[in-house]
Design a protein around this ligand. Structure first.
Ligand code: NAD
Length: 247
């Protein structure tokens, strides 16, 4: 079987990097998407290479449809059709609704939710035509339970799972699965930058009593991307140390 091709949006970020490594360890050819001007794709690529990982990097703004078209085409030109898509790019712009500006709402919806359409649209039909594919949407526990100061982020992340469940039905007979992962708080730069006192109060609410390691999310991505996970579709995997438990 030819090596499978994986595309990870926001692939040079804290969680994205570990997902890229996990999928490479699984024997896939991996492309990491990054946002030019914010992320330094080539420097990241060189640092990964020094650690023995040979990744393709592709610039592109996933909140923009045309940019996503060009980004996916660049991956396909270099590696071939995408078999595994991980929608991992995301941002937060927190504020209570009283203070939230229109831009904070639209930016977070565009980057976290509209991006999922922009990128998935480019690969889902091809996966179905070839009879195999994995689409994995990285949402958040805050999309499941809501979070004070995050109407934009919680709405976008909840919307991702609606997308997952609808598309899962469209492509289920074609060997393509669509699933959501909803992580709790993870020990990435973003969370480690929160003042220690605030971080401690977050951790105190987590039954497991700690933050997750990015590898604990990447492992779930690897599991979903596996051939043996073909019957699991439309699911929402909660990986949150017990912070939120659903039926
Ligand atoms: P991160 O900031 O390290 O990574 C996100 C990456 O996405 C960054 O490299 C960023 O530049 C990129 N990005 C932002 N806008 C983009 C755009 N328009 N086009 C392309 N790339 C863009 O954050 P992370 O902690 O690695 O988060 C990864 C995903 O996991 C996000 O979707 C986030 O919402 C989700 N998540 C994170 C946590 C956590 O505790 N860190 C918890 C739950 C969910």
């Amino acid at each position: 079987m030819a090596e499978r091709v994986a595309l990870v949006t926001g692939g040079t970020g804290g969680i994205g990097t570990v997902i890229c490594r996990e999928l490479a360890d699984k024997g896939m050819k991996v492309a990491a998407n990054y946002l030019e001007g914010i992320d330094d794709g080539p420097a990241w690529q060189a640092a990964q290479k020094a650690d023995g990982y040979d990744f393709t990097v592709v610039a592109g703004d996933v909140s923009d449809f045309d940019s996503s078209v060009a980004m996916v085409k660049a991956v396909e030109d270099q590696l071939g059709p995408v078999d595994v898509l991980v929608n991992c790019a995301g941002i937060t712009k927190d504020a209570t609704i009283k203070k939230m500006q229109k831009e904070q709402w639209y930016d977070v919806i565009n980057v976290n939710l509209n991006s999922v359409f922009n990128v998935t649209k480019q690969v889902a039909t091809g996966m179905a035509d070839r009879g195999w594919g994995r689409i994995i949407n990285i949402s958040s526990v805050n999309g499941q339970k809501g979070q004070f100061g995050q109407v934009n982020y919680s709405a976008a992340k909840a919307g991702m799972h609606g997308f997952t469940m609808a598309l899962a039905q469209e492509v289920a007979r074609k060997g393509v699965t669509v699933n959501t992962i909803s992580p709790g708080y993870i020990a990435t730069q973003m969370v480690l930058a929160i003042p220690e006192k605030v971080r401690d109060s977050i951790v105190a609410q987590v039954p497991a009593g700690r933050l997750a390691e990015p590898s604990e999310i990447a492992w779930a991505v690897s599991f979903i991307a596996d051939d043996r996970s073909g019957f699991m579709t439309g699911a929402n995997l909660a990986i949150n140390g017990g912070l939120h438990m659903g039926p």
